[in-house]
Write a protein that binds this ligand. Structure first.
Ligand SMILES: *Cc1c(COP(=O)(O)O)cnc(C)c1O
Length: 428
């Protein structure tokens, strides 16, 4: 059983972090990994298997990060490893079509009735970039509506959040993003159908996470997604569901299957790459036909549909097709939720299936304003306490915890014990 009693020695991670800062910006290749949001230094990971990650000092952690979502059947899934081994020997990239891409596309299309044609990319960000460009090309309109606190990758035009309230013209969140890049971005609060309806007039599309995962988990209010569908039909705008997290996570057919909503364009990533770099977007044959080489809208990628990534994706999606998988994922999520609620902390847990976020507040969290109003200092203290006790949560309040198909009694018992200790220390 994983149970760290004394604080684990993390000196090797500290050494590597010092070296990393000499060569990588902030010591990391993606900002949130630096763990600044929870006020500690990052752990350097050496290996992972099943539900466990080991740091460079050999400490083991029950993992709820899941590489930010992909590791849904656990790390180093034996089927993925076996298939990747076979694939490796046949070369890593050809820059030409392969049967594996076709098979992966067939599996995705089989799971998502709204998708007739797919385009694969190397990341979720690229999938979003392609979907947004395509939506503009297909509608011959420019404005894109996005929700506050909605994250769609490191895409210039969508790095805009602005203040809360009604529709606000997009203001860049990051220096380096030109005012021009976000001038056609319209911001609305998540779960605010009225604001979205107004913003959709004359817009090319709304892009939305059908279950928000990047302000912490925030489920769609009843009727919200259906209302967006109706507003898009009325205004001629396209509904882009960013299912980079939720695709094959909350249901095989993603959140659109769970809530019964049809997307015009769907963005995928994370789970469909089985831990390798991947993304994809798709929709009806007519809209997708606007994309090159069938149509004039350009989109391309040297490693798109990469043979290793598609192999890993196929392996994971075949694992997820095993009977009872989504029931098991939901049950795991429910058990983790109960552990957090039973801890006695003043906490609200938002959960959809195997993704959840604890917010330290007694209020409901239904949008970005609500998420940012909760006690992020308490989250940071609890997260630090968990990392000192052999449990690895996301190192930020505004992220999802992920349960895999392998989390069970051992992991949940260790988590309950670690959480009790972490909370006691955080309150003190
Ligand atoms: C992670 C994520 C992305 C970006 O995917 P990358 O592979 O990191 O580029 C886009 N949208 C959502 C909802 C995500 O969670």
């Amino acid at each position: 059983m994983i149970r760290v009693t004394a604080p684990p020695v993390q000196t090797r991670s500290a050494e590597l972090y010092a070296r990393a800062r000499g060569v990588l910006v902030g010591g990391v290749n993606s900002p949130v990994r630096a763990m600044r949001a929870i006020g500690r230094d990052p752990l350097f990971i050496d290996r992972a298997e099943g539900t466990t990650v080991w740091d460079a000092d050999g400490n083991a952690y029950v993992d709820y990060l899941a590489s930010w979502g992909p590791a849904i059947t656990g790390h180093a899934d034996p089927v993925v490893i076996r298939d990747l081994g076979d694939a490796l020997a046949r070369g890593t990239s050809y820059g030409a079509p392969t049967e594996r891409e076709v098979r992966l596309a067939e599996v995705v299309i089989g799971a998502f009735p709204s998708i007739e044609r797919l385009r694969m990319t190397s990341s979720g960000s690229e999938a979003v970039m392609g979907a947004v460009r395509l939506a503009r090309a297909a509608t011959r309109r420019e404005a894109i509506v996005k929700t506050e606190g909605g994250y769609h990758g490191a895409v210039d035009g969508l790095l805009a959040q602005a203040g809360s309230g009604a529709t606000t013209l997009g203001v860049p969140t990051s220096p380096g993003v030109t005012a021009g890049a976000t001038a056609a971005t319209r911001l609305v609060p998540y779960n605010d159908l009225h604001a979205a309806e107004a913003a959709l007039e004359g817009a090319a599309a709304i892009i939305v996470e059908p279950v928000a995962g990047n302000m912490g988990v925030v489920p769609p209010a009843p009727g919200y997604l259906e209302g967006l569908r109706a507003a898009c039909d009325r205004t001629g705008a396209l509904l882009i569901l960013d299912e980079v997290i939720t695709g094959f996570r909350v249901a095989r057919g993603g959140a659109q299957a769970l809530y019964g909503v049809r997307a015009d364009l769907t963005c995928l990533g994370k789970v469909i790459g089985g831990g390798l770099p991947v993304g994809a977007f798709g929709g009806g044959a007519d809209i997708m036909g606007v994309l090159a080489p069938e149509g004039p809208c350009y989109q391309a990628g040297t490693l798109s549909g990469n043979p290793l990534a598609t192999t890993a994706g196929l392996a994971v999606l075949s694992r997820l097709a095993e009977p009872g998988t989504y029931e098991r994922l939901d049950e795991g999520g429910a058990r983790l939720e109960q552990i957090i609620l039973d801890s006695g902390a003043p906490v609200t847990v938002n959960r959809v299936g195997s993704m959840l976020t604890p917010f330290f507040t007694d209020a409901q969290v239904t949008d970005y304003a609500g998420a940012t109003a909760c006690d992020t200092g308490m989250y940071a203290a609890v997260a630090r306490g968990l990392l000192a006790r052999g449990v690895y949560p996301p190192p930020s309040q505004f992220e999802a915890w992920f349960v895999s198909t392998l989390h069970g009694d051992r992991e949940f018992a260790a988590t309950a014990a670690a959480l009790a200790g972490a909370l006691e220390e955080a309150v003190a």
